[in-house]
Ligand binder design. Structure first.
Ligand code: MG
Length: 158
């Protein structure tokens, strides 16, 4: 059995009146993410972690933000394409762990739904999908509600 791990990191800026998608869930919020796609920064970091496992670059490389094809794209579709790539290479997802840093709104009520949606796309049990959320105690750009930062780790196995 071959085991590989990867990490991913992404940031998106927040602006008023835009939709906020995180982990495949529409979060009720006065602000949302500035992005070419739907701006789901959690899924983007997760995609990069999976691509990192395979040393296949990053999602910007796979789905260029200069392409109209990915304008307003549902990030769940991007993740499904990355998972297909993992399977094509002869691996399956072992587990993933995601940490979201966002000052507001509170994400706790949405974590279970994120895990359910991501597990479905990844083809694994929810007990293998960890999603954690934190504020930054009002420090830095996250604390000033200027953006959201996400770290993801993925393990895949043959
Ligand atoms: Mg992104």
């Amino acid at each position: 059995m071959d085991i590989r791990i990867g990490n991913g990191y992404d940031v998106h800026a927040l602006a008023p009146g835009l939709p906020m998608w995180l982990g495949g869930v529409r979060i009720p919020s006065e602000t949302g993410f500035v992005a070419h796609s739907d701006g789901d920064v959690a899924i983007h970091a997760l995609c990069d972690a999976l691509l990192g496992c395979l040393a296949l670059g990053d999602i910007g490389h796979l789905f260029p933000d200069t392409s109209d094809e990915w304008k307003g794209a549902d990030s769940k579709i991007l993740l499904a394409k990355v998972v297909a790539l993992v399977h094509e290479k002869g691996y399956k997802v072992g587990n993933v762990d995601i940490t979201i840093a966002l000052q507001k709104p509170k994400l706790a009520p949405h974590i279970a739904r994120m895990r359910e949606i991501l597990a479905g796309i990844l083809g694994i049990g929810e007990d293998r999908v960890s999603v954690k959320a934190t504020t930054t105690e009002r420090l830095g750009f996250v604390g000033r509600c200027e953006g959201c930062e996400v770290w993801a780790t993925a393990l895949i196995r043959s």
